[in-house]
Ligand binder design. Structure first.
Ligand code: LMR
Length: 393
């Protein structure tokens, strides 16, 4: 029976990690998978997390099962950062821990389907795994254009979809630091989105995977909060992979905002049942480390400093790239200064992307997405020169 399976090509983004690792060139540049890097190209464990892990080693007295909802202390500790001071939302908000942001997105889609959602709208381009999750869970994917060629968000495309949606539709939006384009909605556009969603009956699924890596912790969720203030119900998928540097520990959270507090127990019981059938319980360690950071003022201050340092470094990289706009005409590098987070998409052809990899040792996704955190003072000039070379400038 198993011999009936057709071979699947490896995930293109994850395959890049291996290709880059196998490249012997010392000046190779990894702009592929979305991990933060320092000026030295390293992805260190956060100082706040190291200290929290030490605390856990010293004090944790059991590793017994918790339950499908995971570490509720972790889930609660994140709430004020995501939802603001009035995190209780009149008893309409409940959350649970998930294996990474991917687990949270999967749970959001599966729960939506269980509640009757048949189609989920996705702005394109999007994180490739979004479409894969929709297909795997078995809902129809609707699409709309996320970014216009001038590097701004195509708000009309989204508003059009919301206006014409069926009652059984959901829309999946990136809360901040859009992956792959870096193009976020402006505060005014979020107002319009919130108003449109409020009257539509469309279920918003908000994916927040890069919180704090765009403009700031508050600014990055301002749009999400605008939506939540207007809509009757919503789902939020959250990742701690990047903003706590916990990638391989798989730390995510899933939040449900119900029409009324009375609806919440039935909704969470369904989410728990889906989690039980999928992964039973989330891995504990990373969530416990985040909880330990957020319950300790000194560790929280360290974490906030580390996050600010990352954000500011990526801003400097973006400005350096934007300043090279005239050196590589046609790539719209100037627009990168106004975009957010780890990613940007450069309008390069497949051949140019292959040439960057083979001739210059520069690795990026086949979509032209670059991870700006892979650039620093020491390699940006090489990157610009390589771009000029492959684009014939
Ligand atoms: C990315 O887009 O590079 C990250 O979200 C990593 C992943 O799992 O794809």
């Amino acid at each position: 029976m198993l011999d009936q399976l057709d071979a699947q090509s490896p995930d293109a983004l994850l395959a890049l990690i291996k290709m880059h690792a196998q490249d012997p060139r010392e000046d190779k540049i990894d702009l592929g998978v979305g991990v933060y890097r320092t000026n030295d190209g390293a992805t260190p464990v956060f100082r706040a997390i190291k200290a929290a892990e030490q605390k856990l080693v010293d004090t944790q007295d059991s590793k017994s099962y918790l339950g499908p909802e995971g570490d509720t202390g972790f889930v609660d500790a994140l709430k004020p950062y995501i939802f603001g001071k009035d995190a209780a939302m009149g008893g309409r908000l409940e959350g649970m821990q998930t294996p990474g942001g991917t687990g949270a997105v999967r749970l959001a889609v599966a729960l939506s389907k269980a509640a009757g959602v048949q189609r989920v709208y996705l702005g394109t381009p999007s994180w490739p795994n979004h479409a894969q999750i929709l297909e795997d869970v078995g809902v129809e994917t609707g699409t709309f254009r996320h970014a216009a060629p001038d590097g701004t968000a195509d708000i009309d495309a989204l508003l059009d979809v919301i206006a014409n949606a069926r009652a059984s539709d959901a829309v999946l939006l990136h809360g901040c630091c859009h992956n792959p384009t870096g193009v976020d909605y402006t505060p005014e556009q979020w107002d319009r989105i919130a108003d449109a969603l409020a009257d539509s009956g469309v279920l918003p699924i908000l994916d927040v995977a890069y919180h704090g890596l765009g403009l700031g912790l508050e600014e990055d969720v301002a749009g999400v909060r605008k939506v939540l203030a207007k809509v009757p119900e919503a789902l939020v998928a959250y990742s701690c992979d990047k903003n706590f540097g916990l990638y391989r520990d798989r730390v995510g959270a899933f939040y449900m905002i119900a029409k009324s507090a009375d609806d919440l127990p039935a909704i969470t019981s369904n989410a728990n049942a889906l989690a039980r059938a999928n992964w039973s319980m989330p891995p504990d360690h990373g969530g416990a480390a985040v909880r330990t950071v957020l319950r300790d003022d000194a560790l929280t201050a360290t974490w906030l400093d580390e996050l600010a340092e990352m954000r500011e470094r990526m801003r400097r990289v973006r400005e350096r790239l934007a300043a090279a706009d005239n050196d590589v005409p046609g790539l719209n590098l100037a627009t990168l200064a106004h975009q957010n987070g780890l990613f940007a998409v450069l309008p390069l052809s497949k051949d140019q992307i292959v040439s960057l990899r083979e001739d210059h040792g520069i690795y990026m996704a086949g979509s032209g997405r670059i991870n700006v955190a892979g650039l620093h003072e020491g390699n940006t000039a090489k990157f610009i020169a390589a771009l000029a070379d492959v684009t014939g400038n």
